[in-house]
Design a protein around this ligand. Structure first.
Ligand SMILES: Nc1ncnc2c1ncn2[C@@H]1O[C@H](COP(=O)(O)OP(=O)(O)O)[C@@H](O)[C@H]1O
Ligand SMILES: [Mg+2]
Length: 222
């Protein structure tokens, strides 16, 4: 069953002379439980594509279905709700709040979605990601790999079906990158749909499917 379906999606930034066609008529299906890499040169449209899949951004034209629901009519509020219940985002520079502890960073999505029993959920996910002993530390006190584990914990705490990762290993060394990849592979084995934007062939070759983007178009899928 396809959990992500894009039909003729285009995205244009700016107007007149400043116009950039970041995505040009992209159609794409991702099945539930797939582990997918999106690769392509810098500026080719990878982040734009991931942001549309993640309901952070809206396409200029085309249709986007998530879990069978057409998101086209969604207003900002609906998109935020859709994002909160379906999507976990992981970013290159972790996107953690520096003045919050590890615990507080991971709790944040639960506060947004007004969840109860937050403590139990946060501690449980921190345990699963082997980072529980750092719960009262601040991001600056952690290594890159540890911060990325915190960011993954935050992405997972709402139990989303889909994990989207934008160059999640881009700021990490080779060994730490593989540790983060191993976590993403494990989550995929547990049934999550995982989409990873990456420059690193070591990462993309471990995925079921590789989507190559060139100048806003899908060049190949294999
Ligand atoms: N918010 C924005 N406003 C204007 N142009 C943008 C914006 N975001 C991205 N772009 C442009 O869209 C194109 C695709 O960008 P992006 O999706 O970030 O590429 P990638 O992630 O592959 O490096 C680039 O030309 C970029 O400059
Ligand atoms: Mg990018």
């Amino acid at each position: 069953m396809e959990i992500i379906k894009l039909e003729n999606i285009s995205k244009t930034y700016g107007i007149n002379d400043g116009k950039v066609e970041a995505l040009k008529n992209i159609s794409l299906k991702i099945n539930e439980g797939e582990l997918v890499a999106i690769v392509g040169a810098s500026g080719s449209g990878k982040s734009t594509l991931l942001n549309i899949i993640g309901c952070i951004d809206k396409p200029t034209s085309g249709k986007y279905f998530i879990d069978g629901y057409n998101t086209n009519g969604y207003r900002e509020k609906d998109l935020a709700k859709c994002r909160n219940s379906n999507i976990g985002f992981v970013l290159q520079y972790f996107g953690l709040i520096n003045s919050y502890t590890v615990y507080e960073n991971v709790e944040l999505p639960l506060i947004y979605s007004k969840r109860k029993k937050r403590k139990e959920l946060v501690l449980d996910i921190l345990k699963k990601l082997n980072i529980i002993e750092k719960k009262d530390k601040f991001p600056r006190e952690l290594s890159g790999g540890q911060n990325q584990r915190v960011a993954i914990a935050r992405a997972l705490v709402n139990s989303p079906k889909i994990i989207l990762a934008d160059e999640p290993t881009g700021a990490l060394d080779k060994d730490t990158s593989q540790q983060v990849m191993d976590i993403l592979i494990e989550l995929n084995k547990q049934g999550k749909t995982v989409v990873i934007v990456t420059h690193d062939e070591n990462i993309s070759k471990q995925c079921d499917k590789v989507i190559r983007i060139e100048d806003g178009c899908i060049n190949s899928v294999d």
